[in-house]
Design a protein around this ligand. Structure first.
Ligand SMILES: Nc1nc2c(ncn2[C@@H]2O[C@H](COP(=O)(O)OP(=O)(O)OP(=O)(O)O)[C@@H](O)[C@H]2O)c(=O)[nH]1
Ligand SMILES: [Mg+2]
Length: 597
């Protein structure tokens, strides 16, 4: 993650002459969707191709963040080699281990690219040592250990084979790719192609993308689509493309080994095989790790529902979620007893929050529950997912991090130095403990720390981690928040709303300073005696409101709360809006607990 993959692809595209001279090209040109550009991360894997010395090199840029690792699994069947990009200052990170394991499992022989050697803190030798350790830890064989190493900088567009030398351009990298990556084996026989990706085009409709594994494909050919459920349908290839730089080029025919995009097949999904009509033979589907986190997506039934969204019904929600399954391979969606609620399972908070963010931008309005980790097994043998957590912090904040992670049942596995003047702490921590930690981490390290984590696997479940130690401030009246009320109540906690925000009864408007929830009236107006004093109302100086991002809000959610997500607003609320009813439920629960204990 952040090790510079997309930037390196930019440089490869530029140097192979894909961009015309003087053409204005944005940085990280492949990170083209809106959320990718805003957040500066890659979310979806993308294909491109460059021509170097007469050879076409297909490149698939993958996301580095662990939550999008389904994207890595999705494209592995498309590639013959892997370029493992490692930041020369940071060394391998948890996600590096994950992608390397995946690559080795596929019997790929990775090329290691020690990147960002231009950084002042760069320590290429140490980074390489880290990579070698990783190969050994993953049980790489003798031959796999003899991986080629290239040093360089994607940003400045240089590479060398000798550490410490400053390169001229990326030629050494291109040459290494040609040498180390086997060309495609052009298997003869009846057509087979695994669909690795889907795209949509206003004119062409659904576009299926993948590599032809065997045989050839022709424009106008009728092919079989072999679906995951064992059924088979047929369709005609309407358009056929190969990749050239940032463009798709229409062709009439393509052969085994080539990565193609084709339209005309309206009901094909990722992981399914496109095959010869006469001799259809399915390829093994994608191997995808199981999700670890679930959230319930439900129809928004708050008093404000339908005000801001275009798509609000359970039908809309259902269609959208099923459409997402066609390409988001690491996602699972299940129906529930209620037609208005769906259980959505994914790889992590970011995996699910990006889906939510995408949906709200499309005009959806919905409510979601607190993210829950998926447990496995039954009785005494219950297991929960654990993650490796790597934290880099300045010395001064080590104590706070150890304390916070320890409280969440994280165990310190290793402690070392970072390239700068900090410490690298490696923990093993239950995924459950990690939920909601990010906010605390940023506060306790004053923004000077970085954290990365990746799933290690399932292990025996421990006691549930501690819950949020502060309650919610809950609006007791529906109306408009006033600065008068917010000012009067300022000592009760931190508010998430500003004056004039419309609120409803049961909405969570802030965080209490104490452990319990507190109902309060944020709409109260100052008693007007004789002259109405409008300016006095405005003159109040309030503490600035704490504006929660989508991820902040998801982390904040308690068991009995929901997050209302609309194109314009994020509102936290109690699932049961009525205060009396809510208190009755709490009492009944306490009684039941006392009777048990
Ligand atoms: N100093 C330096 N910074 C670089 C270099 N390459 C990339 N960066 C910076 O590193 C950050 C991440 O770059 P990206 O190319 O988006 O990294 P990525 O590996 O594609 O990240 P993800 O796709 O989110 O995993 C950006 O701020 C880049 O400007 C480099 O060679 N040297
Ligand atoms: Mg990227």
């Amino acid at each position: 993650m952040d090790h510079g993959k997309t930037t390196l692809v930019d440089a490869m595209l530029r140097q192979s002459g894909v961009f015309r001279e003087n053409q204005q090209v944005s940085e990280r040109v492949l990170d083209r969707n809106e959320l990718e550009r805003e957040r500066g991360i890659t979310i979806l894997a993308k294909n491109t191709a460059v021509v170097y010395r007469g050879h076409t090199i297909n490149i698939v840029d993958t996301p580095g963040h662990a939550d999008f690792s389904g994207e890595v699994e999705r494209i592995l069947s498309m590639v013959d080699g892997a370029l493992l990009v490692v930041d020369a200052a940071e060394g391998p990170m948890p996600q590096t281990r994950y992608v390397l394991r995946k690559a080795l499992e596929q019997h790929l022989r990775p090329i290691v690219f020690i990147n960002k050697v231009d950084r002042a803190e760069a320590d290429p030798a140490a980074a390489l040592d880290g990579v070698i350790d990783l190969f050994i830890a993953l049980g790489a064989g003798e031959d796999q250990l003899e991986f080629p190493v290239v040093y360089g900088s994607g940003r400045t567009g240089v590479a060398t084979l000798t550490q410490g030398e400053s390169g001229q351009d990326l030629r050494p990298l291109f040459e290494t790719v040609l040498e180390a990556v086997p060309g495609p084996h052009a298997l003869q026989g009846p057509l087979q192609m695994l669909v690795s990706s889907l795209d949509y085009d206003d004119y062409l409709g659904r576009i299926a993308l993948g590599r032809i594994h065997r045989g050839a494909l022709e424009l106008g050919q009728t092919v079989a689509m072999m679906h995951r459920d064992g059924t088979q349908t047929q369709g005609k290839v309407a358009k056929l493309f190969v990749f050239r730089g940032l463009e798709r080029v229409a062709v009439e025919r393509a052969e085994a080994g080539q990565i193609v995009a084709l339209s005309g097949l309206a009901d094909v999904f990722v992981g399914e095989t496109i095959a010869d009509l006469m001799e259809p033979e399915a390829l093994p589907g994608l191997v995808v790790d199981e999700p670890t986190l679930t959230m319930t997506f439900r129809v928004n039934d708050s008093p404000f529902s339908g005000r801001e969204g275009r798509y609000v019904t359970s039908r809309h929600l259902r269609d959208r979620l099923w459409r997402e399954l066609e390409r988001n391979v690491a996602l699972r969606v299940e129906e529930t007893d209620s037609p208005d609620a769906f259980v959505v399972a994914g790889r992590g908070e970011l995996h699910l929050s990006i889906l939510l963010e995408t949906m709200r931008r499309e005009g959806f309005e919905l409510a979601v529950s607190r993210p829950e980790v998926i447990l496995r097994g039954a009785g005494d043998a219950i297991e929960e997912p654990y993650e490796e957590l790597v934290i880099d912090v300045p010395e001064a904040h080590v104590g706070a991090v150890m304390e916070g992670v320890g409280r969440r049942r994280g165990e310190l596995v290793d402690m070392g130095a970072t390239a700068g003047e900090g410490r690298r702490l490696v923990f093993r921590i239950p995924s459950r403990g990690l939920i909601g930690y990010r906010g605390e981490f940023l506060t306790s390290t004053k923004g000077y720390g970085t954290m990365h984590h990746v799933l290690l696997g399932y292990g025996p479940a421990g006691p549930p981690p501690p819950r949020r130690n502060r309650g919610s401030l809950v609006a007791s009246e529906t109306g408009e928040a006033t600065s008068y009320a917010l000012d009067q109540l300022a000592d009760r906690g931190a508010f998430f709303i500003t004056p004039q925000t419309p609120v409803y009864r049961g909405q969570v408007v802030g965080e209490h300073t104490r452990e319990k929830d507190l109902d309060l009236n944020v709409c109260k107006r100052k008693h007007v005696t004789n002259v109405r004093n409008a300016t006095a109302e405005e003159a109040i100086r309030l503490q600035p409101a704490r504006i929660l991002s989508l991820e902040d809000a998801l982390e904040f959610l308690a068991d009995d709360e929901l997050l209302e997500v609309t194109p314009q607003n994020l509102r936290l609320r109690k699932a049961v809006l009525d205060a009396e009813e809510r208190h009755k439920i709490i009492k009944a629960r306490q009684k039941a607990a006392e009777a048990q204990g």
